[in-house]
Design a protein around this ligand. Structure first.
Ligand code: NAP
Ligand code: GLV
Ligand code: GLV
Length: 316
């Protein structure tokens, strides 16, 4: 039996195999352990099953002399110092694919919420302000016929692009590599600048890295049209959130829908008061199917690695 630290009290049914096979210490609270608590509990552990909110930094890794695998319960792994872990011979794993459709569907939901002003209209109705049908009440925009810019055409970005093309949108995408499967459906690969200038709706699907940090800032907002809507289900720090709040306040862009935040769970307060902003609490993969499947994969990744086998999904 190996020793495993699990940083969240998952439903036992979701991580059963790990609890049965190994000696697991489960963090009892749903609130995040502090870095000192992680450092204390990771000592002498062979594996850690962690969440995207848990910083697995160089400092944490240095405490874990027996660690063999870091299994992140997420596809994104910007919370982990992956280079350092690998340099120490530690395997880092994640949970892609199972959450692709759920996250792409959330991005699509946010698009419709934004362009048809659903949250604003819901509030208006609940406040008892609906006094009858009006020709110009809550006018919005149609997805069909619009140009959608997909930034980062990986698994989730591609799935989102396919969905909006099926609904009649034209797609421009920015990515490192050409995506033939998207081009066959009519999408066109462009530079970021062209995408920002020509898109009615921009949706971010990049991982957060040194290269993508603040890829959307003041300069990029200047390139967008005044009628542009921005959606972010990637990572908060892809956007300079202060510049976003300014672009929205000045009418530089039409609206934004965010599932992720630069200083999560903190949110730039001015965004909370804006009617043309839709905010969700990082629920991209939050379907029963995806979240349970992610647990099964995260568990398998640990079990296989500890058996000396290749995990289902290794990062890098
Ligand atoms: P993925 O398949 O790796 O897709 C990311 C794509 O970004 C890659 O295909 C890559 O393009 C592109 N890319 C990376 N660096 C780039 C750069 N510097 N310039 C241009 N393109 C770049 O990952 P995924 O499964 O789609 O997930 C994407 C991200 O979504 C995750 O990292 C995570 O942060 C986020 N996410 C959020 C939620 C949520 O709850 N909101 C849920 C799941 C995932 P190429 O293929 O062209 O190289
Ligand atoms: C969620 O944000 C993930 O990266 O899985
Ligand atoms: C709207 O409800 C219509 O009938 O046009």
């Amino acid at each position: 039996m190996a020793k495993v630290f699990i940083t969240y009290p998952f439903s036992e049914d979701w991580i059963k195999e790990l609890l049965e096979k190994h000696d697991c210490e489960v963090y009892p609270e749903t609130s995040p352990p502090t870095i000192d608590e992680i450092k204390k509990r990771i000592k002498k552990k062979d594996a850690i099953l962690c969440l995207l909110r848990d910083p697995i930094t160089r400092e944490v890794i240095d405490e874990a002399s027996a660690l063999k695998v870091i299994s992140n319960y997420a596809v994104g792994y910007d919370n982990i110092d992956v280079e350092y872990a690998i340099s120490k011979g530690i395997v880092v794993t994640n949970t892609p694919d199972i959450l692709t459709n759920a996250t792409a569907e959330l991005a699509l939901s946010l698009v419709f919420a934004l362009i048809r002003r659903i949250v604003e209209a819901d509030k208006f109705t609940r406040e008892g302000r609906f006094e009858g049908w009006l020709p110009e009440l809550f006018l919005g925009m149609e997805l069909s016929g619009s140009t959608v810019g997909v930034v980062g055409a990986g698994r989730i970005g591609s799935s989102f692009a396919e969905k909006v093309m099926k609904l009649g949108a034209n797609v421009l995408y920015f990515s490192r590599r050409r995506k033939v499967h998207l081009e066959k459906l009519g999408a066109r690969m462009v530079e970021l600048e062209e995408l920002l200038k020509k898109s009615d709706i921009i949706s971010l699907h990049l991982p957060l890295t040194g290269e993508t940090h603040h890829i959307i800032g003041e300069k990029e907002f200047q390139m967008m049209g005044r009628n542009t809507f921005l959606v972010n289900t990637g990572r908060g720090a892809l956007i300079d959130e202060v510049a976003l709040a300014e672009a929205l306040a000045s009418g530089r862009i039409a609206g934004a829908a965010l599932d992720v935040y630069e200083y999560e769970p903190g949110i730039t307060t001015s965004l909370l008061k804006m009617d043309n902003v839709v905010l969700t609490p990082h629920i991209g993969s939050a379907t029963y199917r995806a979240r349970k499947g992610m647990a099964e994969i995260a568990v398998k990744n640990i079990i296989l690695t500890l058996e000396g086998k290749e995990p289902l999904y290794r990062v890098k």
